[in-house]
Design a protein around this ligand. Structure first.
Ligand code: ADP
Ligand code: MG
Length: 626
């Protein structure tokens, strides 16, 4: 390879522009990012060296050094980790392989605080160096390569960078920041130490800086040629709980999650027994931008005996808990464990079950807390992650009962926060089932004709408007012995909630109404499998219901939106024999138009779409003009 000048990938150019022009607060995080890259590089070396001992060369002690040169105005972060070849430097420091860059850019553009912290969230930490530097030079050599295969990478953070070969005896990387005018205060041992203490204390490698000493002649601090370790250099989760402060737990969360908000809860345990491991798990307060991507890997890092093995080890958490962040450190797994092996390991299964229980336990203690502030936290959690937790009802049968207690809904009595237990407490004398309705949104749900009789009788109905609800209901049939019953499915039967007189009246109406029903059935034979009289309506003339085993209109619409075929089965039209419109049907010569309109309106009321809206409009207009 010879000296080359290359252009940054377009996305990188955009990021660089934003980094250098719009991040003003929390500038100091560049050091966290560069130290974290140095630490990652050491982790990678340790991992690759498991199979290739020669990579250690003759330097078995992994470490990070931070030092500066006041005259040259440079700050250097040095590691003796895996290093980079010239090709890797071009690829890793000139392009971004990850998805999410667009989201990052739009978030950055929209952020009023111009918070540099955002950068870590999107895995483009290296470029944060340009917040404080107007040139970055990287000197590197990959572990195991000959000294002549070193590389010098350099850029002013605008459109281009240069690479050229160099000879470098030591493996690993120097990142040299040429500080911008005005950023000289980073050339201070005290300042750098305090940033490292704030962000990088838990890094399990030693971070070394030069000792400083007071020179009484010069009357200033001077650097000695002696190095000292400036961080605790013990992974936080390996420390005893009693030795870790709440502030340290909080800070650690920020580092692994890049979330600037505090976590809702965390748990730290050493688990002993058949399989031994340490877990440190956090529940975030805010959903990440890609929560809905079920392929996204989990947020739990796997370590084996303190050696970092992999990020996002999805086998450690069920998919429905993919928002959980943290660390699992196993004492039993082999160091060379792969993702495939993880899927099959019995130890991993035990870890996943144990961790799932812990997370559910954390949620339960928030949800059931005596303390209103804790319960508020749960309400906040539910808003952000409730729909994801619902996936667990179908995915995790072993914990279904515990999960069902954690569910919260809107209902005809409260817009949010109703649990099954709350509902059961408010059930009417003689009520056996838990009633619900599914709809596309709260407004449609609330105005459903099917709710009319429930309103009249003061019976609460749960309003289920999340996309996952229908799916969830195919896995959940009851809560503590009370069947879950859709108010839009099956023949209407309130059992003991209806008195004899009401039932008799309904039967009589059905009898005397039979000729009209027969005419309606004929008129609607292509649209409804049956037409019958109902007592579930009070104000509306008609509504649509489906059979117990059939798919609700809401679900078949969801399937259609997702591009899937919904099995075609006709619904039943129920009519309110007490309604003026229905009463005069029989004597009206426009019977056919009225029958179709009745059906169309019932469909519209449940949020459905008309197959032929123009025909509907024409029919209504004919009536209006008459
Ligand atoms: P991330 O760390 O999330 O991958 P960064 O922007 O911080 O993103 O770094 C980009 C890439 O550059 C890293 O993934 C790594 O391959 C490479 N890199 C950065 N710093 C170092 C280093 N000190 N040693 C080896 N490789 C590094
Ligand atoms: Mg990084």
């Amino acid at each position: 390879m010879t000296r080359q000048t290359l252009s940054f990938q377009a996305e990188v150019q955009q990021i660089l522009h934003l980094v250098t022009h719009s991040l003003y607060s929390n500038k100091e995080i560049f050091l966290r990012e560069l130290v974290s890259n140095a630490s990652d590089a050491c982790d990678k070396l340790r991992f690759e060296a498991l199979d290739h001992g020669a990579l250690w060369e003759d330097a078995p002690n992994l470490e990070i050094r931070v030092f500066f040169d006041k005259d040259a105005k440079t700050l250097t972060i040095r590691d003796n980790g895996i290093g980079m070849s010239a090709e890797e430097a071009v690829a890793h420091l000139g392009t971004i392989a990850k998805s999410g860059t667009k989201e990052f850019l739009s978030k950055l553009e929209g952020d009023k605080k111009k918070d540099a912290n955002l950068i870590g969230q999107f895995g483009v930490g290296f470029y944060s160096g340009f917040i404080v530097a107007d040139r970055i030079t990287v000197l590197s050599r990959r572990a195991g390569a000959v000294p002549e295969e070193g590389v010098r990478w350099s850029s002013a953070g605008t459109g281009e960078f240069e690479v050229e070969p160099i000879t470098r005896a030591e493996r690993g990387t120097d990142v040299i920041l040429h500080l911008r005018e005005g950023e000289e205060d980073f050339l201070s041992t005290w300042r750098l130490k305090s940033i490292i203490a704030k962000y990088s204390d838990h890094i399990s490698l030693p971070i070394l800086m030069k000792k400083e000493e007071w020179d009484s002649e010069k009357k200033e601090q001077v650097l000695k040629d002696e190095w000292e370790t400036v961080n605790k250099a013990a992974a936080l989760w390996t420390r005893a709980k009693s030795d870790v402060t709440d502030a340290e737990y909080q800070e650690f969360y920020k580092q692994i999650s890049y979330d600037s908000a505090a976590p809702l809860a965390y748990t730290h345990n050493r688990v002993e027994g058949r399989t031994e491991y340490t877990q440190l798990l956090y529940i975030p307060g805010k959903a990440p931008f890609d929560l809905w991507n079920r392929d996204k890997r989990g947020g739990v890092k796997l370590y084996v005996k303190r050696v970092f093995i992999m990020d996002d080890a999805e086998a450690l958490m069920p998919v429905y808990l993919r928002f959980v962040k943290g660390v699992i450190d196993s004492a039993d797994l082999p160091l060379n464990v792969s993702r495939e092996l993880l899927q099959e390991s019995r130890d991993v299964k035990a870890i996943r079950e144990g961790s799932t229980k812990r997370v559910l336990g954390m949620l339960e203690s928030l949800a059931d807390s005596e303390d209103a502030a804790e319960r508020d936290k749960y309400a906040g959690f539910w808003k952000e992650f409730g729909a994801v937790l619902k996936e667990g009802i179908g995915e995790d049968h072993a914990n279904q009962e515990r999960l069902a207690k954690l569910l919260r809904f809107a209902s005809t009595q409260a817009d949010a926060g109703v649990s099954f237990a709350d509902y059961v407490k408010r059930m009417k004398e003689g009520q056996e089932a838990i009633y619900y309705i599914t709809a596309d949104n709260l407004a449609t749900a609330k105005s459903s004709p099917q709710l009319e009789v429930f309103r009249k009788k003061g019976i609460e109905v749960l309003l289920l408007v999340d996309r996952v609800d229908e799916w969830m209901l195919t896995h959940l049939y009851e809560f503590e012995g009370h069947a879950l019953q859709s108010v839009a499915k099956g023949a209407f039967d309130l059992g003991k909630l209806q008195d004899e007189e009401e039932k008799k009246k309904a039967e009589e109406a059905a009898e005397s109404f039979k000729p009209v029903l027969d005419r309606l059935k004929t008129a609607l034979k292509n649209r409804a499998k049956d037409v019958r009289v109902t007592t579930r309506l009070v104000e509306s003339p008609a509504c649509i219901v489906v059979d117990e085993g059939d798919m609700s209109g809401h679900l078949s619409r969801l399937l259609k939106q997702a591009g899937q075929d919904a099995p075609k089965s006709l619904p039943t039209l129920e009519v309110n024999a007490e309604h003026a419109l229905v009463k005069r049907l029989d004597s009206d010569e426009r019977f056919d138009d009225l029958a179709q309109i009745l059906f169309d309106q019932a469909l519209l009321a449940e949020g459905g779409q008309l197959e032929d809206p123009a025909a509907y409009v024409q029919r209504v207009n004919r009536l209006l003009a008459a």
